[in-house]
Design a protein around this ligand. Structure first.
Ligand SMILES: Cc1cc2nc3c(=O)[nH]c(=O)nc-3n(C[C@H](O)[C@H](O)[C@H](O)COP(=O)(O)OP(=O)(O)OC[C@H]3O[C@@H](n4cnc5c(N)ncnc54)[C@H](O)[C@@H]3O)c2cc1C
Length: 404
C-alpha cells in the first residue's frame, strides 16, 4: 500500500527529507544564527563553519555516496538552501556556489578520474570551490564571453581572461584563491558562428591563476566573498578539461536549473523568516491601545505575505520534485520559480520592515538584512529579465505546457 497522496507534504516528501530538514534546522539554530549579524557587518566569510557543513554531509548533498556525497535529490538541495537562508542567506550563497555550482556540476559531468580525484575533497570541505561564468563585460550575454582557451602542441591549454562576481572566488582578505574553479571559457566558434564553450577545472597553484580583487561593500550577501579572477596565460593540463572541448553548453544549461531551484529555495527561507518576524511583532506591539495586528493595513501586509509564502513553498518543491539532476529539461519551471519566488521574498521582507517600523530598519531585528540579501536573488543566477525572456521563448516551442 502506498502513502495516501493527500497526506504527502511536498516539502518533506520522504522520511529522509524530513530528517534532513530537522538536522539542518537544528544546526542553523545552534551555529548559523548566532554568527550571522556580525559577519554581515564585517563582510566576513565564516570558513570554519563552512567546512563543518562537510561533516554533516551537506557539501556533497547531491553527489553519489561512492565519491563522498549524500546521494540525495533536488528536493534535498532545496531543503538545505531554505533552512540555511532562514538565518543567513549570505552564508547560504557561499554554500550554493560550492555545493550546487561547482560540486554538483562535477558530479554530473566530470570524468571518472576527475570525480575520484576531486569530489572527496570538495564534499568534505577540505577544498572550497566556485563556478566562474560571468565577466566584467558579459553577464546575461554569456556567449559573448572573452575568456578564451587555446590548446598548445604539447596538449596543455593556455587560458586568458577575467571572470567577475565569483562567489567563493576568494576565501579571505589576503586574496587566497578558491582551491578549485569550475571555469567556462570560449574555445572558438562553430560553423554557424556560435561560441563554443569548454569547462576547465582550475586548481589553486596552477601558473597564471590568481585573484584580481575581492569585491567589498556589496549591498547584501556580505558574509559571502565575491571576487574577480584573473587568468593570465594560465596553463592547464588536458586532463582538467571536462567532457569534449566545445560541448559545455549542456553542462551549463543543466546546472543552471538546480542553481535556480536553490536560489528560489533561498528566497523561500527569507520569506518564512520575514513572515515569522512580522507576525510575532504584530502581536507584541501596541499602538493607540491596540495590538497593531488589529489594524487593517497591517493585516494586508501579513495576509498577502502568508499567501505568497505558501505559493513560493508549493512552487519550489513542485519544481524540485520534477527535476532530475542527471538531465536538463525543466527550464520553464526553474526559470519560473526563481522569477516568482525572488521578488515575492523581497516584498515579504520589505513588508516585515514596514510592520516592524523603526525596529525593522535595524540589523538586530534581522529583516533589513534579509531584505538586502533578497535583492541579489533577482540578479544572480539569471536576472528577472532573463527569466522572462526564457519563459516566453520556451512557451513558443512548448505551448502545450500551459494546458497540461
Ligand atoms: C553577489 C554576486 C554573486 C555572484 N556570483 C556569481 C558566481 O558565483 N559565478 C558567476 O559566474 N557569476 C556570479 N554573479 C554574476 C551574476 O550572475 C550576474 O551579475 C548576472 O548574470 C547579471 O549579469 P551582469 O551583472 O553582467 O548584468 P547584465 O547582463 O549586463 O545586465 C544588466 C541589465 O540588462 C538586462 N539585460 C541584459 N540582457 C538583456 C536582454 N536580452 N533582454 C532584456 N534585458 C536584458 C539585465 O536583465 C539587467 O537588468 C554574481 C553576482 C553578484 C552580484
Amino acid at each position: 500500500m502506498g502513502v495516501d497522496w493527500r497526506e504527502l507534504d511536498i516539502a518533506n516528501p520522504t522520511q529522509e527529507h524530513a530528517m534532513l530538514r530537522e538536522m539542518v534546522r537544528s544546526f542553523v539554530k545552534e551555529e548559523v544564527e548566532p554568527q550571522a549579524l556580525e559577519n554581515d557587518k564585517n563582510e566576513k566569510f565564516n570558513v570554519d563553519l563552512f567546512r563543518k557543513l562537510g561533516e554533516y554531509g551537506l557539501l556533497g548533498i547531491s553527489v553519489p555516496e561512492e565519491y563522498g556525497g549524500a546521494g540525495m535529490d533536488a528536493t534535498a538541495v532545496a531543503i538545505v538552501n531554505e533552512e540555511l537562508s532562514y538565518s543567513d542567506p549570505a552564508f547560504c550563497l557561499a554554500y550554493l556556489a560550492h555545493a550546487q555550482l561547482m560540486v554538483n556540476n562535477l558530479a554530473q559531468n566530470g570524468s571518472e578520474e576527475q570525480k575520484k580525484r576531486i569530489l572527496p575533497k570538495v564534499c568534505s570541505g577540505e577544498w572550497i570551490g566556485c563556478m566562474a561564468m560571468s565577466e566584467p563585460g558579459y553577464g546575461t550575454d554569456v556567449l559573448g564571453m572573452q575568456t578564451n582557451a587555446v590548446q598548445r602542441d604539447d596538449g596543455q591549454w593556455l587560458i586568458n581572461g577575467n571572470k567577475m562576481w565569483i562567489t567563493n572566488g576568494v576565501i579571505d582578505d589576503k586574496k587566497t584563491p578558491a582551491d578549485v574553479v569550475w571555469l567556462y571559457a570560449s574555445t572558438g566558434k562553430d560553423d554557424s558562428g556560435r561560441t563554443q564553450i569548454t569547462t576547465f577545472l582550475i586548481e589553486n597553484g596552477m601558473p597564471g591563476y590568481s585573484v584580481g580583487q575581492k569585491i567589498y561593500d556589496k549591498s547584501g550577501m556580505r558574509a559571502s566573498n565575491t571576487a574577480e579572477l584573473v587568468f593570465d596565460s594560465c596553463v592547464v593540463p588536458a586532463e582538467n578539461v571536462v567532457g569534449n572541448p566545445g560541448e559545455s553548453m549542456l553542462h551549463m544549461m543543466r546546472n543552471l536549473e538546480i542553481e535556480r531551484i536553490g536560489l528560489a529555495a533561498m528566497a523561500l527561507g527569507i520569506a518564512r523568516r520575514s513572515l515569522s518576524a512580522m507576525n510575532k511583532y504584530a502581536s507584541e506591539r501596541e499602538a493607540f491601545g491596540h495590538q497593531i495586528r488589529n489594524f487593517g493595513q497591517i493585516q494586508r501586509h501579513i495576509g498577502e505575505s502568508w499567501a505568497e509564502y505558501r505559493a513560493i513553498r508549493a512552487y519550489v518543491y513542485d519544481t524540485a520534485a520534477s527535476t532530475n539532476l542527471n538531465s536538463a529539461g525543466n527550464r520553464l519551471d526553474s526559470d519560473g520559480v526563481k522569477l516568482f519566488a525572488t521578488t515575492a521574498a523581497k516584498n515579504i521582507a520589505d513588508r516585515a520592515i514596514q510592520v516592524m517600523g523603526g525596529y525593522g530598519y535595524v540589523g538586530e531585528y534581522v529583516v533589513e538584512r534579509l531584505w538586502r540579501d533578497s535583492k541579489l536573488l533577482e540578479i544572480g543566477g539569471g536576472t528577472l529579465e532573463s527569466h522572462q525572456k526564457n519563459i516566453t521563448r520556451d512557451l513558443v516551442k512548448n505551448h502545450s505546457a500551459i494546458d497540461k
